[in-house]
Design a protein around this ligand. Structure first.
Ligand code: FAD
Length: 331
């Protein structure tokens, strides 16, 4: 009987870990749990589904759970949310529909990803303020924005810009708010960003730079206004793109130490501070490259490949998600 390997999270990191574990140990009993409906998915494609470039939400996943399970002899559980970790007995507690199931592990891998940040301002929890996280939630997101005439996008980072483009594709009036003097402030200087500003304006995006969002107002619990330091704007929906933070809830429950960025602390072998528990992906955030001198190179490559992927998606619709992605991520 091989080792029991339990992986929490079936996104890019979790699915890569599962595939690697199978290659390393043909005898291992591998279980991959995901609270969502998709595995081996690409959240970076969500704006392109919303904007109609990617036709089916399922195309944001490389494998179906059944394919992944069959090809790698892995037990894949979707709609299975791990909610507690008992480190003494090496058991993870999982909600599967109305049932609570326990899985014993010899090796546990936490790959729970990252959660969108919400602004700590008045009205942040009103209905109609939308975030992007998991691909299976994309159809609901599209339904929501389709109902709107005017949509505010908060944040001029990659996700904000991609959503602004998607919303213009849907014919919506788009107001983009960025508190810094230019979009993509962590990537470009102002002169380069100016080219992007021109392109956004040319494509009908109303740009609000140097304009910090300080609250939201609503009617009957639904957002209808964005409040900034400079004014108030009537909107039907708001899309938030102000960043993500590592999802460390389970790791904290397991007693694993966090690093200075708030992500799960791991050593160069990606072991957490708890015995037999490893962590990977967005859950460990930038900490992953703490030991690597070439952090920026690694990150640059990832971004480069994602952007190439998006271009491929534009050209070839669904094919490259299955071909290009699976080889570059090592599933
Ligand atoms: C809209 C958007 C656009 C992006 N664009 C880019 C881009 O262009 N380039 C780029 O490099 N990166 C991009 N990213 C980031 C990229 O998607 C992530 O870096 C990557 O998905 C991280 O993989 P992961 O496996 O760590 O986490 P995720 O892909 O988030 O997977 C985590 C999985 O864990 C599951 N899970 C969480 N908690 C539990 C639990 N308690 N029990 C069971 N399952 C659980 C979730 O359902 C999820 O499937 C984008 C992200 C978003 C949201």
């Amino acid at each position: 009987m091989g080792k029991k390997v339990v992986i929490i999270g079936g996104g890019a990191a979790g699915a890569s870990a599962a595939a690697r574990a199978r290659r390393l140990d043909p005898e291992a009993e591998i279980i991959m749990l995901d609270k969502g409906l998709f595995i081996s998915h690409a959240p970076c494609g969500i704006p392109y589904y919303v904007g109609g470039v990617v036709k089916e939400a399922q195309d944001l996943a490389i494998y179906t759970p059944e394919e992944f399970a069959r090809e790698r002899r892995i037990l894949v559980k979707i709609n299975a949310e791990a909610f507690d970790i008992d480190t003494k007995n090496q058991v993870v507690h999982v909600r599967e529909g109305n049932d609570v199931v326990k899985y014993q592990w010899d090796v546990l891998i936490i790959a729970t990803g990252a959660k969108p940040i919400t602004l700590p301002v008045e009205g942040h929890d009103l209905n109609g303020i939308l975030t992007l996280r998991l691909p299976h939630e994309a159809p609901r997101l599209r339904e929501e924005v389709e109902k709107a005439n005017t949509v505010a996008v908060v944040g001029g980072g990659y996700i904000g810009l991609e959503m602004a483009e998607a919303l213009r594709n849907l014919g919506k009036k788009v107001l983009l708010f960025e508190m810094m003097p230019h979009v993509l402030p962590t990537t470009f200087d102002e002169d380069m960003a100016k080219l992007i500003h021109d392109e956004l304006t040319k494509n009908g995006v109303e740009l609000h730079l140097n304009e910090k969002v300080v609250g939201f107002k609503g009617v009957n619990g639904h957002v209808n206004k964005v409040i900034t330091e400079k004014g108030e704007y009537e909107v039907d929906k708001v899309v938030m793109g102000v960043g993500v933070k590592p999802d460390v809830d389970l790791a904290v429950k397991a007693g694993a130490k966090l690093g200075e960025t708030g992500a799960v602390w791991v050593n160069e072998y990606m072991e957490t501070t708890k015995p037999n528990i490893w962590a990977c992906g967005d859950a460990i955030g930038r900490h992953m490259f703490k030991h690597a001198a070439n952090y920026e190179l690694v990150r640059g490559c990832t971004l480069h490949w994602h952007h190439r992927l998006i271009k491929w998606v534009r050209w070839l619709a669904q094919m490259p998600l299955r071909v290009g992605f699976s080889s570059s991520l090592g599933f």
